[in-house]
Structures are given as structure tokens and as C-alpha cells.
Write a protein that binds this ligand. Structure first.
Ligand SMILES: [Zn+2]
Length: 68
């Protein structure tokens, strides 16, 4: 697997490092990007959408029932 990536610089010592390097060869700092813990934000967004949809439906039913 070839990763098309430009040679980047070490964020610690600003030396050129090989793409895909796990450890900087100059300062020895780990260059592995830590996967950020995904907050369950999408879930709250989804639930918010569901709740607002349900509330909207109830509101619509309420208003339509008042028409008759
Ligand atoms: Zn470095």
C-alpha cells in the first residue's frame, strides 16, 4: 500500500521526516496520531432530530385537530 503523502516535518524538532514514520529519526518523538475519542455527538444530534420531529408532528396534529 503506497500512501501518496509528501514528506512532512516533525512537529517537535521541525526536521524532515519520512512519510509514514512512526517515530522521528531526529528527536525520537512518536509521530503516531492518536485517534481522538469520538464523542457521541452524532447520537445526541440524531436524538435531537428525532425529538424535534416528533414534537413537530404532535404540534401539527394539535393544530390540525383544532381546525375541525
Ligand atoms: Zn523530531
Amino acid at each position: 500500500m503506497v500512501v501518496a503523502q509528501k514528506s512532512s516535518k516533525c512537529p517537535y524538532c521541525r526536521e524532515d521526516i519520512a512519510p509514514g514514520a512512526l517515530v522521528c529519526k531526529h528527536c525520537g518523538m512518536p509521530l503516531v496520531k492518536k485517534p481522538k475519542p469520538k464523542p457521541p455527538f452524532w447520537r445526541s444530534q440524531y436524538m435531537l432530530g428525532v425529538y424535534s420531529g416528533v414534537a413537530f408532528m404532535i404540534l401539527m396534529i394539535y393544530f390540525y385537530s383544532r381546525l375541525f
